[in-house]
Write a protein that binds this ligand. Structure first.
Ligand code: SF4
Length: 105
């Protein structure tokens, strides 16, 4: 999960999230609500997934995100590193692309 991001991008995202660069990059992961066996909900399986199954899986993952104490940090991290897969910060890949586009405005 840990990926290094550039200092300037990290500083900008940290300011947006109201946190430090270190916490944006690494610290928040210690408080993630998705740690443990439920982490498989956050990424597509290796086999073909039906649309209904994907929607159900993503809904369950997003429900966990809604109670996560580091949702903002996680979302900013995923947006900054352009995380291409999975649910991060309560958003799937498509929703993150939409948010990046709105912010780029
Ligand atoms: S916001 Fe969601 S994906 Fe991010 S750490 Fe929390 S539970 Fe995991």
């Amino acid at each position: 999960m840990a990926t290094t991001i550039s200092t300037s991008a990290a500083a900008e995202s940290a300011a947006r999230a109201g946190t430090s660069v270190w916490d944006l990059q690494i610290g928040w992961q210690h408080h993630a609500a998705c740690k443990g066996p439920q982490s498989e909900l956050f990424f597509a399986p290796n086999h073909l997934e039906r649309k209904e199954d994907r929607l159900e899986r993503e809904s369950a993952a997003k429900a966990i995100c809604r109670s996560c104490p580091v949702l903002v940090q996680c979302r900013e991290y995923a947006l900054t590193v352009r995380e291409p897969h999975g649910i991060w910060g309560g958003l799937n890949e498509y929703e993150r692309r939409q948010l990046r586009a709105r912010r780029a405005g």
